[in-house]
Design a protein around this ligand. Structure first.
Ligand code: ADP
Ligand code: MG
Length: 279
């Protein structure tokens, strides 16, 4: 088997994304309002957040399917937001692979597993047969893709992505249409793509159990990075402009507009709400 292609890092700098209004009585949608994100080569990251928070938009920008309205999106050294279409298409076919939510949209349904993975190999130099075996998909190799379960199809799609030599594997809600067993199998495989093949894996989910299988979770809230989780702990993130998002439970207690004094304390900073007697 040829040497595994290592992962590539990605970076979002103050990324704003606006979907322009499609009619006269609708407004533009500001989907991302200043996203800063740094992912190192080889990381295994979940973008976590409620529906409509902007997760798929971040992924679409990383995949080069969308272009940022402002800010920069970098894949390794490449500024994908400003890349000419031709070069971008080449990058999408080699460096970046995107696995979609709907299992049947990732594969050619009438082709076998071996053929699907083989088509993805392109000029990557990876032997599809060996890869299929190594990823434990050998028993499926002669099966027709369209006849597989959703979980099996997603695993084949991931194998195809690895076979293409992609250094960055993006997956948008890859487990949301699967049962618990399928979810576990897909997450196991993504974990191996990260651990054994060193690829950078970024997946989108609204499922905290799925997110807990990664090594880092980035919470997207209302078009911004709200918090990060690592090794079971939650952290608030200081944005490039110095802003800090409160976790949702604290936001309820200290609604927007609340005046807080920020004090340095022995082990960090303390935020103290303006008290009644100060008014
Ligand atoms: P998520 O993946 O977290 O559910 P999205 O990134 O899909 O969130 O969407 C973020 C915001 O952008 C939402 O308000 C959504 O309605 C809006 N949006 C997404 N895609 C489009 C589009 N093609 N046109 C207009 N608005 C969109
Ligand atoms: Mg989405």
């Amino acid at each position: 088997m040829s040497a595994p292609t290592a992962g590539v890092g990605v970076r979002c700098e103050s990324v704003v994304h606006i979907y322009p209004a499609t009619g006269e009585d609708v407004d533009d949608v500001v989907a991302l309002r200043g996203v800063d994100l740094d992912i190192d080569a080889g990381e295994f990251v979940a973008l976590l957040g409620p529906s409509g928070s902007g997760k798929s938009t971040v992924l679409g920008l990383l995949a080069g399917v969308l272009r940022p309205s402002a800010g920069r999106v970098l894949i390794g050294p490449h500024d994908v937001g400003r890349m000419p279409p031709r070069q971008l298409a080449r990058l999408r076919g080699s460096v970046v692979a995107l696995v979609l939510q709907n299992p049947s949209r990732n594969l050619l349904p009438y082709a076998t597993v071996r053929q699907n993975v083989g088509f993805a190999a392109g000029s990557s130099g990876v032997d599809p047969g060996e890869l299929i075996e190594r990823l434990g998909l050998g028993p499926l190799s002669d099966r027709v893709a369209g006849r597989l379960s959703g979980g099996e199809q997603q695993r084949v799609a991931i194998a195809a992505a690895v076979c293409s030599g992609a250094q960055l594997l993006l997956a948008d809600e890859p487990t949301s249409q699967l049962d618990a067993g399928g979810r576990a199998d897909v997450m196991d495989l993504l974990g191996r793509v990260h651990a054994e093949f060193g690829r950078t894996v970024v997946l989108v989910t609204h499922d905290t159990t799925v997110a807990s299988r990664t090594t880092r979770t980035v919470s997207i809230r209302d078009g911004r990075v709200g918090a990060e989780g690592m090794h079971g702990r939650e952290y608030a993130v200081v944005g490039r402009d110095g802003t800090l998002q409160l976790p949702p439970d604290l936001l309820e207690q200290f609604p927007p507009g609340t005046l807080l004094s920020v004090r340095r304390s022995a082990d960090g900073i303390a935020l103290v709400a303006r008290s009644e007697d100060e008014r």
